[in-house]
Design a binder for this molecule. Structure first.
Ligand SMILES: Nc1ncnc2c1ncn2[C@@H]1O[C@H](COP(=O)(O)OP(=O)(O)OP(=O)(O)O)[C@@H](O)[C@H]1O
Ligand code: SF4
Ligand SMILES: [Mg+2]
Length: 319
């Protein structure tokens, strides 16, 4: 049984109001996404800015309500859960965001930040303090750091505090939303290593969101490539470079200048031209206006995501 399974997940946001009465644009942030994640597995989610990665991550941990579709966690459908049931479920999955500073309350010590979820779950004070010390050590900080405030830490250390807090309630799944993008290049590899170690040690599963194909390939078991609200290719990470077929995945791969994540600098534009507006995706294949292989059928018919090799799914008429 999968740890997580999503079926035809959709999230449309209300966009601008049109000039006609009653007309409201729809931002199709996530537009029919299905995948599953096994226990202990890391699935990488990549794609250009605005393709819907963070929205999908927030839907999975139930921080957003889906417009349509279903989410199953350990086989149970959780999409409709509310109230106490949802609060209890929240301890089983967590999310780590890109910006390590803004996700920490500057007026609270690292210890208080990490401890907070434990207090909410009724653990006694002495036990909580002990658990905080353990967690700080686990993420490579010192127990004494519990008394320090966020501004006293470096960016990498702050992200370690976020990771400790995410681990407080021993979750089964962590959504990592670009957890190293805002860090110095020299620190990125350290945080990725930490995430990899913690996964092994604690049997965690990750949905790992990134712009950076190199970082993803370093950490994940499978890669899902997203374009304008849809997954266009999904394949095992070890086959990414040699077996990828979708023209968009190939373009992303060509845009990776340096395979070693420690050598990378910043986020580069991945290809010429911008993705179209998710308010009005192109007809047929959404990628056709930018695809070097596009032909008539691509402008008329939308390709479905289908298995082309064992474990590899592609949505392209040519595959
Ligand atoms: N609350 C919201 N209201 C309206 N539109 C939204 C909202 N959140 C996201 N969007 C839109 O949905 C689309 C997907 O956004 P999302 O943040 O999920 O993309 P992303 O792939 O995470 O991008 P990035 O790589 O820049 O973080 C974008 O067009 C975005 O502007
Ligand atoms: S379906 Fe056509 S336009 Fe879309 S990716 Fe394949 S070749 Fe390109
Ligand atoms: Mg995002």
């Amino acid at each position: 049984m999968s740890l997580l399974e999503v079926k035809e997940l959709v999230k449309h946001y209300a966009g601008k109001r049109g000039i006609f009465a009653g007309h409201q644009e729809k931002v199709r942030a996530v537009d029919g996404v299905s995948f599953s994640l096994a226990r202990g597995e890391t699935l990488g989610l990549v794609g250009e800015s605005g393709c819907g990665k963070s929205t999908l991550g927030r839907l999975v941990v139930r921080l957003e309500e889906p417009t349509a579709g279903k989410i199953f966690f350990t086989g149970e459908e959780i999409s409709g859960w509310t109230g106490r049931k949802l609060r209890e479920l929240r301890s089983r999955f967590q999310i780590i965001f890109q910006d390590s500073s803004s996700s920490l309350n500057s007026r609270r010590t690292a210890g208080a930040i990490i401890e907070e979820p434990l207090a909410n779950f009724g653990m006694r004070k002495g036990e909580r303090r002990e658990r905080v010390r353990e967690l700080l050590t686990l993420v490579g900080l010192e127990p004494e750091h519990a008394a320090h405030y966020p501004h006293e830490f470096s960016g990498g250390q702050r992200q370690r505090i976020n990771i400790a807090r995410a681990l407080t309630l021993q979750p089964e799944l962590i959504v990592c939303d670009e957890p190293v993008s805002s860090l110095d290049v020299s620190i990125r590899a350290q945080i990725l290593n930490l995430l990899r170690e913690l996964k092994k040690r604690m049997g965690l599963s990750y949905l790992f969101i990134s712009h950076d194909l190199a970082a993803v390939n370093y950490l994940v078991d499978r890669v899902a490539v997203m374009y304008l609200g849809k997954i266009v290719e999904m394949l095992p990470a070890e086959g990414l470079v040699s077996q990828a077929r979708h023209p968009y995945t190939l373009a992303l791969l060509r845009a990776v200048p340096e395979p070693d994540p420690r050598q990378r600098t910043g986020q580069k534009p991945v290809m010429r031209g911008e993705p179209p507006d998710p308010v009005s995706p192109p007809a047929g294949c959404r990628f056709h206006p930018r695809c070097p292989e596009a032909r008539d059928v691509c402008r008329q018919n939308e390709p479905v995501l289908r298995e082309v090799e064992e474990g590899q799914l592609v949505a392209c008429h040519l595959s």
